[in-house]
Design a protein around this ligand. Structure first.
Ligand code: ATP
Ligand code: MG
Length: 465
């Protein structure tokens, strides 16, 4: 007896990735429209760089000792022997493109934006994916605090545009190499006697890059951090006045900000300004009583401390917390670091999955657009004429939907109703022969028969009122 064939195994999407299905497209599209319009208005032009780069770009640019490089990169060797990496962030690729295309010879500054996928091997949790999308803004060739302010401003305008008012931009200055060298020594001095009590990663950071000790979110390390010296007190004159000017811009723009003297952020390329913005997640009715600490955690976003797998959200997932939505800073040394001429620059990136989750939770996701007209056809001749009518409507800017595969008028009208069309356009065998169409107002059921030649004008008139 023939063995029944094994049922083919269902293949699922890789962990930490997600699909954006048709019903979710309206919000993604609406968000991208705001991104495009805001970016362009403020003079940022789109740039697209490859999804993978030479691995060296990130190890050199982002930094050997950063979490991104040591733990989170998807790297692979090609048959030709190239060592490549799926881009974990967008700034180093932009710096690479800037150098490679001689953009230092274009009128300065260069202002670009991007909107695309990035890849990091992280522990998937709520708001944390392995392939995620960022909107980034970069300004190259401008050392003024006004550039930093503009980047922060455009991101906050975006939040406001979508109705978010409860956000806070944490800012700090991590100085330049000149003010950082003595500070590093002080920090090392402070931490020397405390290394034993730190997490494994911090023991490494102590050796490799003591500044990054301030970036840790482990509870025990955060305790130690509280007493650590602050670079903000020890900035050189130039860095101090740069930072002061930035704060003045933020005041003037009425951007809610808070100084966080321990904010360093996870990438090595930053100089002077660093920033990270948080939005309060809406409180859900079923949330447990919340302690003030839970609402405003001391340092980083609480979502790091309370890992909740995407597949099975835990109860604490319901408690409100601050979600890091955008971050960035100044990176005056990056272009030089990856082989170009010294170029001051700054930028930032906003996480689209997190932002869209917030929009949804706040009930601000736009509804799917309803078509003006639904085309109903009966009989082969009418069906054949449908495409030409559709083209006439498209040329006139009238939106429509159809269900050409269906035969019965009733079932087609049902679909028209479901998609929320204002008018049904009905063409039967007789209408097709006579070059006529029936126009039916969906809400009232009132219908009239008009010559096809007058269809577009009639619809335009009706849709205007
Ligand atoms: P976090 O501290 O949350 O890990 P980050 O400092 O690594 O963030 P950036 O590299 O500054 O993040 O990226 C900017 C924004 O991109 C973040 O504020 C966040 O909204 C989003 N983001 C970063 N990593 C992810 C991820 N793995 N999944 C989804 N969004 C992400
Ligand atoms: Mg991260």
């Amino acid at each position: 007896m023939a063995r029944p064939k094994d049922k083919p195994k269902m293949i699922q999407r890789p962990r930490g990735t997600h699909d954006v299905l048709p019903p979710e497209q309206p919000i993604w599209e609406a968000v991208r429209k705001t991104i495009r319009e805001l970016s362009r208005f403020y003079g940022f032009e789109r740039i697209e760089t490859p999804h993978f780069e030479m691995t060296d770009l990130f190890t050199t640019g982002v930094g050997e000792a950063t979490d991104i490089v040591t733990k989170q990169m998807y790297s692979f060797k090609t048959r030709g022997g190239d060592q490549l990496t799926l881009r974990p962030e967008g700034t180093a690729p932009v710096a690479r493109a800037f150098i490679e295309h001689g953009m230092m010879n274009w009128p300065q500054p260069i202002k670009v934006f991007y909107d695309g996928s990035f890849f990091r091997h992280e522990n998937p949790q709520r708001g944390r994916y392995r392939e995620f999308h960022q909107w980034g803004l970069e300004v190259l060739g401008d050392d003024g605090a006004v550039a930093d302010a503009e980047v922060i401003h455009v991101f906050t305008l975006f939040l406001r545009e979508w109705g978010f008012k409860d956000f806070i931009v944490e800012v700090n200055s991590i100085g330049c190499p000149a003010c950082r060298a003595p500070f590093r020594a002080q920090l090392t001095q402070y931490y020397r006697s405390k290394v034993r009590g730190l997490c494994k990663d911090c023991k490494e950071r102590f050796k490799e890059n003591p500044l990054r000790l301030l970036d840790c979110t482990e509870e025990k390390c955060m305790q130690v951090k509280k007493g650590a010296p602050q670079l903000l007190d020890k900035l050189c004159e130039a860095c101090r006045s740069h930072f002061k000017l930035l704060l003045e811009f933020l005041e003037e723009l009425q951007i809610p900000y808070a100084l966080n003297p321990h904010l360093v952020r996870g990438l090595d390329y930053y100089t002077r300004t660093v920033f990270e913005a948080y939005v309060d997640e809406p409180i859900k009715p079923s949330a447990e009583p919340i302690s003030p600490e839970a609402v405003v955690p001391e340092e980083k976003s609480a979502d790091e401390e309370a890992p909740a797998p995407v597949e099975a959200p835990k109860l604490e997932d319901k408690s409100p917390r601050r979600l890091a939505v955008f971050g960035g800073g100044r990176y005056d040394n990056l272009v030089e670091l990856v082989g170009g001429k010294s170029t001051p620059a700054c930028g930032g990136a906003l996480g689209l999955e997190r932002f869209i989750a917030l929009v949804r939770e706040a009930g601000r996701a736009p509804a799917e657009e309803k078509p003006n007209v639904f085309l109903v056809q009966l009989g082969e001749l009418a069906r054949k004429k449908s495409f030409r009518i559709m083209e006439e409507l498209r040329a006139a800017g009238i939106t429509m939907a159809e269900s050409l595969g269906r035969d019965s008028i009733r079932s087609q009208l049902k679909v028209g109703d479901r998609v929320g069309a204002l008018y049904a356009l009905i063409i039967g065998q007789k209408e097709a022969l006579d070059e006529m169409v029936i126009l039916r107002e969906m809400s009232s059921g009132i219908q009239e028969t008009i010559p096809r030649s007058r269809l577009v004008d009639t619809l335009k008139r009706k849709l205007k009122t």
